[in-house]
Structures are given as C-alpha cells and as structure tokens.
Design a protein around this ligand. Structure first.
Ligand SMILES: Cc1cc2nc3c(=O)[nH]c(=O)nc-3n(C[C@H](O)[C@H](O)[C@H](O)COP(=O)(O)O)c2cc1C
Length: 378
C-alpha cells in the first residue's frame, strides 16, 4: 500500500482508483511530488517547492536542459554502461548526487541522517547543508565510507563560520562547498504569505544563535569575497567548491583565488529571479575554466544543478561539461514519501535513466560523453 493510500485510509477518505494509486514502473517525479505534497504541511511543501519573486527561474530550469538535443552514435556495441567516476578524487558510483537543502527534518523525522543512508546505498555523493537539523558530526557518522561534502554559508559570526569549516575538515568531509549566491535571502513570496518558520520541535543543529540562521532571517546579510576561498581552504584543510556561479568571469576568478571546482546553480530559483538558467550558464563557465588546474594540480571540475529531472537532462549536463549533477527537490520528495529508501529510489531511478539513455546513444562510460553528444535545438 502506498503512503498516499495509507494516509487516505487513516483519514477515512475514499481510496483512489487502482490505476491512480499503482506505482508506475519508472521514476515519475511529478507523481512523487504530488505524493509528497499530500503528506507535508502546506507551508512546508511551499517552502520546499517555491522560488523567489515570480518563480520564472524555477519554472524555466527543467525546460532549459531540453533546449539541447542528443546526437546518438550507432553500431557501438554498448550493452553495459559504467556510471562510475570520481569527484575531487573521491570514487562515486554515479554522477548524480544530492544537493544541499535545508531543514530535512521537516520532510522526515530522521532528516539528513536518512538522506545520507539513501545516498550511501546508491554510491552517490551527498552535500550536507549548513542549515541541517543534525550536526556536522552526526551526518558525517552515517555511512562514513560514502563521500560527503559540507556546504557552508557565511554566517553573521565569522568565528562560528570558521569553526564549522574546521569541524567539517575534522569530521571527514571531502570538500567544503561555499555557497556564494546568498548574500541576502531571496524574496520567496510563498514563505512570506505563510510567515514561514522552522517548526518549534526542530533544532538548527549548527546555528546556536538566531542571527546565525541564514534561511530564517529576511535581513541576513552575509557577503563572502574572493579572498575567502583560499582562507577557507586553509581553515578546513579541504578543497573548496564555489556554489552558485553563473558567469564565466566569476568562475575564472574563483579558480584564481584557489577553488578546486565551481558549481553552476541558481539555488533552485530561490535567489535571483529571473536569472539565467544553469543549462544556459554552464557552457560559458566550462569554457572559462578549461585547462585551469586546482591547487593540487588536478583539472578544475564543474558541476551543475537546477531542474535536472530526467536521465537525458543529466546526459545533456555532462555533455556540456559538468562532471556531476546534483538533485534538490527530487530528493526532497523521495525523503518525504519514503525516508532513506525514497531517496535511494530517486537517485537510483535517475541513474538508471541516465544509463539507459547513454546505451541508446552508444555511450558505454562517462569518459565517452563528449561535447558533440548534444546540439542546440532549433
Ligand atoms: C528547500 C531548499 C532548501 C535549500 N537549501 C540550501 C542550502 O541550505 N544551501 C545551499 O547551498 N543550497 C540550498 N538549496 C539549493 C540546492 O542546493 C540546489 O541548488 C537546488 O535545489 C537545485 O535545484 P532543484 O531543486 O531544481 O534540483 C536549497 C534548495 C531547496 C529547494
């Protein structure tokens, strides 16, 4: 019995017709979101689902990936697809990872701990949010062999921000992800309407004081500068990924300042609106850092997120030069409906779709995905 049916039964509601309730034999994210919506408080659903201002960035994100078309190769004898790769040197089974998203305890009682288990089961990398309901160390201790990155906002207290960076290094995270697209909070109309606040029973595990809660304070102002990149690499002893870059010139400056990777993102359409879609910013960023080396001498990596919903979206991002993609809301809906298993289902489902699409395109490994795999449509 699905969670939706169970909930309707408990509420004394009529069961849905069989054909509506039957799980389809593929990953149906529209349906999964509807199921999650049915089990979440309306203000919580809107917090997760919503974007800033007119939500133009949010709406356009998935469509933007589909402004490219695949150019399949034939007669390549591909019957098995290998999705394994490395991210900043850490082996992963799939280039599909979990983006950092806040307050996972509102989606499931085990919050980030369940997500870490779900990601570990598929060999996916998880990036853990500063605004987690579990501490830096608690999440690190789940599936400790599975690579995790720690996402950091610049908080009001510089000392506390530095302390979190140091703790991330000590706890075994493999990289520090500095999110730079939140100098102040975007205007999210749905949250303003609900007067959204974290439920009283949940703790901001990593923010001891109210003014250190970046996502809760509409007046938060926490500006990083390029100089912070090298400083935080040193403080944490970890390679630094800069998240929220949408321009080639910024990407080049991040690398000059000591970044090992840049992450193309609009923050899920929750900050600048309307902003250029990740799918359209990615080629410029990839070109800007091509041939650049990270502080350890390896190639600079580029990642992307925002509206990635199908295996062909993933393949398009990889062909445009991303080494990995990250999922935000799809994992939210997975966690809300099925806990760790729900997260696994989403990550495994999308990875299977990617493998299937690659096989159809005659691609047996990620190293075979070249820029000429896609062409701009129209
Ligand atoms: C509910 C929610 C909370 C988020 N919280 C954070 C956060 O704490 N730190 C961060 O760097 N990005 C945060 N993001 C942005 C995600 O990391 C990611 O960029 C975005 O969700 C990707 O788009 P998608 O949801 O369309 O897959 C959040 C996104 C959502 C939807």
């Amino acid at each position: 019995m699905s969670r939706l049916t169970q909930r309707r039964r408990e509420a004394g509601e009529e069961p849905l017709p069989d054909d509506v309730d039957r799980e389809p034999p593929f990953l149906d994210l529209v349906r999964l979101e509807a199921q999650a919506r049915a089990v979440l408080e309306p203000s919580v659903y809107d917090y997760y689902a919503g974007g800033a201002e007119t939500e133009t960035t949010l709406r356009e994100a998935p469509e933007a990936w589909r402004s490219w078309r695949l150019r399949p190769r034939v007669l390549r004898g591909v019957d098995d697809v290998d999705l394994s790769t490395t991210l900043l040197g850490s082996p992963v089974a799939t280039p599909v990872g979990v983006a950092p998203w806040a307050y996972q305890g509102m989606a499931h009682p085990e919050g980030e701990l369940a997500t870490a288990r779900g990601a570990g089961a598929t060999g996916s990398l998880m990036c853990v949010s500063t605004s987690a309901n579990h501490t830096v160390e608690e999440v690190a201790a789940v599936e400790p062999e599975s690579p995790k990155w720690y996402q950091l906002y610049r908080l009001h207290s510089p000392a506390h921000t530095a302390e979190l960076a140091r703790r991330a290094g000590e706890a075994g995270y493999r990289a520090l992800v500095l999110t730079v697209d939140l100098p102040l909070l975007g205007r999210r109309r749905r949250d303003l309407v609900h007067d959204f606040a974290l439920p009283a029973d949940l703790r901001m595990a990593n923010h001891p004081t109210a003014e250190d809660r970046p996502e809760l304070s509409a007046n938060a102002s926490a500006t990083w500068t390029f100089d912070d990149i090298g400083r935080y690499a040193e403080l944490s002893g970890l390679p630094v990924v800069v998240k929220g870059v949408l321009r080639g010139d910024d990407a080049a400056r991040c690398v000059q300042a000591g970044a090992s990777a840049v992450w193309v993102s609009t923050h899920g359409g929750r900050q600048v609106d309307p902003a250029v879609a990740s799918a359209h910013a990615l080629p410029e960023v990839v070109t800007a850092v091509r041939g650049e080396t990270a502080p350890d001498g390896s190639d600079v990596e580029v990642y992307a997120d925002g509206g990635v919903r199908t295996g062909s979206d993933v393949l398009t991002a990889l062909a445009l030069g991303a080494r990995a993609v990250f999922l935000g809301r799809p994992t939210t809906w997975g966690l809300a409906t099925g806990g760790a298993a729900g997260v696994t289902r989403v990550l495994a489902g999308l990875s299977e779709e990617l493998a299937h699409t690659m096989a159809l395109c005659g691609l047996g490994a990620l190293s075979e995905v070249t820029p000429d795999t896609v062409v701009r449509s129209g």
